[in-house]
Ligand binder design. Sequence first.
Ligand SMILES: Cc1cc2nc3c(=O)[nH]c(=O)nc-3n(C[C@H](O)[C@H](O)[C@H](O)COP(=O)(O)OP(=O)(O)OC[C@H]3O[C@@H](n4cnc5c(N)ncnc54)[C@H](O)[C@@H]3O)c2cc1C
Length: 460
Amino acid sequence: MSANAHLSGPAFAHIPPWVLPKLRPMAIEKIQSVFDWVENECIPREHVMEAQLESNQWARPPVMLELRAKAKEQGLFNLFLPHHFKESPGLTHLEYACCAEILGRCYWASETVNSHAPESGNIELLAKFCNDKQKEKWLRPLMEGTASSAYSMTEPDVAASDATNVGIRITKDGDEYVINGRKIYGNCMWNKGLAFYIMMGCSDPENPNPWERHSTVIVPADTPGFTQVRNLNVLGYSWAPEGHGEYTLENVRIPAENVILGPGKGFAIAQGRLGPGRIHHCLRLLGQCERAIELAIMRCNDARFKPRGKLIGEFDSNIERVAQMRLELDAMRQITYNATETLDFYAHDDKMLKSAGKKSIAQAKILVPATVEKIINECMQLWGGQGVTNEHSPMPKLWAYARFVRLADGPDAAHRHQVGRDEMKKAAEITERHKKYNALAASFAEQYGEKIITMPEDSL
Ligand SMILES: Cc1cc2nc3c(=O)[nH]c(=O)nc-3n(C[C@H](O)[C@H](O)[C@H](O)COP(=O)(O)OP(=O)(O)OC[C@H]3O[C@@H](n4cnc5c(N)ncnc54)[C@H](O)[C@@H]3O)c2cc1C
């Protein structure tokens, strides 16, 4: 029997072989528990969840509350928070990756275990950057699941993918800060469980260093002057009960103690906030994509559907289509798990985290949402008309999630730009190396008595 025989069940079926030896016994146990949780408690309750949401959109449905209480009791809360935080339940980024992918199989399963967006990114931000007093007030309720939070960076009047453009004004006034401006996309205030917003704004517009002009502050949802104008439907869905709001802030006053890490640290905090959030979205998308492919394979082999007398899965074009999906999903998994491994590997090396960590996360963010969107689109097509209606399949909503993650936490174009720009920065070093090859080529030619003809333009 192989040493890894205990890892051969369905909970571990998609985990790349290089990951398996890195999983500690407690992680193996958690992955199995998360798998059982999603299979037995979440997926079979999807219809009940939909029905309860229809009767009351802007509050957590009773079934969600029940599942959250049960998950907390079973020790499944906050698994995403990596082991180097003292508040962490103990998994590494890579170990959580295996859980997050499984959670992604059901759109809302992450919320049952308090590991959903934007909460997971917000909890990590607060754990990383808050002082003890702030942690007690803001982090603890999030981790215990008694309050929820929003993240608010994007604005309607600027290109927010470049955080230096964020323009809402945060002005010091005695022991308080006063905020004025507009925001879009932080979670919906109509949900009364939403306690506060972690908001980035411009506190020092004249600072010559554009990366020190911003601050990140905590704004309680019930602060006077903070108004939600509407909920933004995204691709036809309200995404209740979290939603996505559009806001005005008019003379909103918060105490100075609500500034995180200090004035001028907003840009640094945004960078720290968005990395883990991006990777969690990508991991969930892998699970969604796996589920969509399963649905496609079922349909391809369903004897009720036989165009031209053949199963849909008997057409060569569809066999190849499914092969391509499998190839692309497995390739995405390597890139995404590699990003989590990179975060673990360089956890105590800030410089490498900023370069290798940032690059590997950007690679996943470029590849995964766009590819998952394409694959789910193909899966819907294999289901014919029933593939694009929510009444017959979950795929339209799975597709919409992948589509919006191409934008949420930064558009893929911005990440592509960053990765490409960093590659270009290697030009001098690469050119130098190639010059050495040329010099050595001449000396080797002489050593072997070979005549090599080089044109002047061949040499660097
Ligand atoms: C469903 C959903 C949920 C969201 N949730 C939140 C949230 O909770 N909190 C929050 O603050 N924001 C949230 N957002 C907003 C999201 O993060 C922004 O929409 C995103 O970062 C892009 O910013 P922008 O809309 O200002 O677009 P812009 O910055 O104006 O970019 C527009 C387009 O310009 C192009 N572009 C931008 N940069 C480059 C580049 N470097 N190279 C080439 N082309 C480029 C791309 O095509 C890009 O899509 C959410 C968005 C969606 C759709």
